[in-house]
Design a protein around this ligand. Structure first.
Ligand code: PHE
Length: 449
């Protein structure tokens, strides 16, 4: 049964939903670490320049493709040029792969919020607490199921009644919580050294790796090259201003990443007595270091709760965008009802998510290219498929579709149009190829970030 295609009711609804997708775990647990490691202020500057050039170009292209065709990735590429439908198929792979394990992490975050809400934050200060938790066979799977279930519920409610509604309150709350946390941390004794470390440009840490790391982070953080922005663009109104929307999404994404560094780096500094090595990254930063840091803060139990609520909101709006993308692609293709499609995607995500969760415990011995299921999915989607898709999109827009089509759809100004054309044809494909090569070499142990 086919249904009328839904859409966002307002421009702000679209911006908040797309920003909700962009702002996620990448902003909160990866950006602060990268900034601290790759030269503080200089990393921030490089990131900002890249966001305004490369990030702007790619996001604009994807949203414009979606809006022009009114379809999600596969249908969109097919309707633009039948021969290039395969780009749509390729772009659909990352969300299918990422959604399940993203929800596994979402489950961990939910568990930690629960721990703080029930006053057990003290127990979580032991690094072994996290290790003991993730290796269990059942508990993490149940938290994963809860997080996935909530995601599915929002997607089931639809674009306007689910995603737009939820984003409209979650995103402002997220901004307020981030500001609150950053300000609170700044007043801790010893925090100022961390602020200086985070913001002061350190040129001795500047190298080609700084640029590569910033570029890799940018694509992931802006949810590019996986059909998400094509899908969200397809729900956008024709008359809305696209360039302005892209700028607003970028301000959101970069702003929250910046604030997250401003709370995390000084907090860890104040706690560790100024040791940047203490920062760590990813899961160890979030689930081991930060609980210890909170424990030593005045009112740490409450702060820990606030923090994990913030992370939960960020993760939830991202996982919603992942699921919506998969649902939308299937719906466009198979013309199933939203309910049936949601159920199918839910089932598929359970099938892929459970091995990801168990990969950290009972199934840790099963190895794919030397990785457990979780890390393998992460590598395949982010380091291989996404860069390939990003390059293909650039080449397709730059040479097959021609930049003019996007420039007209987005009604770009003359200056922006030139910038767009140069980047999409020449700069972006080369830069992304470099990311692809270095991330694969990194995985093979021949290069290290
Ligand atoms: N952009 C999100 C982040 O910064 C990650 C994400 C990737 C979300 C892919 C959805 C899809 O964490």
């Amino acid at each position: 049964m086919s249904e009328k295609r839904s859409g966002f009711s307002s421009r702000i609804g679209f911006v908040l939903a797309a920003a909700g997708s962009a702002v996620g775990l990448g902003n909160l647990w990866r950006f602060p670490y990268l900034a601290a490691r790759y030269g503080g202020g200089i990393f921030l500057l490089v990131y900002l320049v890249l966001a305004l050039t490369l990030g702007f170009t790619l996001m604009l292209a994807e949203i414009a493709i979606g809006r022009k065709t009114g379809l999600s990735a596969i249908g969109a590429f097919r309707s633009l040029n039948k021969k290039y439908t395969f780009i749509g198929y390729l772009a659909s792979i990352p969300p299918v792969i990422i959604l399940p394990y993203y929800c596994v992490i979402g489950g961990w975050v939910t568990k930690y919020l629960f721990v703080y809400l029930t006053g057990q934050g003290g127990a979580a200060t032991q690094p072994s607490y996290f290790d003991n938790f993730v290796v269990q066979p059942l508990q993490p799977v149940l938290w994963f199921a809860l997080f996935l279930g909530v995601t599915a519920l929002v997607v089931l409610l639809g674009v306007e009644k689910g995603i737009e509604k939820v984003s409209k309150w979650m995103m402002p709350v997220l901004v307020v919580l981030s500001l609150f946390m950053a300000v609170y941390v700044l007043f801790l004794p010893g925090a100022l050294d961390g602020v200086v470390y985070y913001l002061k440009p350190d040129f001795s840490h500047f190298s080609a790796k700084t640029v590569l790391a910033a570029m890799g982070q940018l694509f992931y953080s802006m949810s590019l090259a996986m059909g998400i922005m094509v899908t969200y663009g397809s729900y956008m109104k024709k008359e809305d201003d696209l360039t302005g929307a892209v700028h607003q999404i970028e301000i959101f994404d970069t702003g929250i990443a910046f604030l997250s560094g401003l709370m995390i780096v000084p907090a860890v500094f104040a706690f560790s007595g100024g040791d940047p090595e203490a920062l760590g990254q990813g899961t160890s930063l979030m689930f081991k270091t930060l609980p210890q840091v909170f424990h030593h803060m005045p009112g740490g139990h409450i702060i820990g709760g606030v923090f994990f609520l913030l992370v939960l909101l960020a993760a939830l709006t991202s996982s919603i965008s992942l699921m919506e993308t998969v649902v939308s692609i299937l719906q466009d293709r198979l013309k199933w009802s939203r309910r049936v499609t949601c159920l199918a995607v839910l089932g598929l995500s359970v099938l892929l998510g459970v091995p990801s969760s168990l990969g950290k415990g009972a199934w840790n011995h099963i190895r794919l290219l030397g990785n457990d299921f979780f890390d393998f999915f992460d590598f395949a989607a982010n380091s291989v498929v996404m860069p390939v898709v990003a390059i293909l999109i650039c080449l397709f827009v730059g040479y097959v579709l021609k930049p003019k089509t996007i420039i007209e759809e987005a009604r770009l100004s003359r200056r922006n149009a030139t910038l767009f054309t140069v980047i999409i044809r020449y700069v972006a494909p080369v830069c992304i190829l470099l990311i692809l090569i270095t991330s694969v070499l990194d995985e093979l142990g021949l290069f290290s970030f």
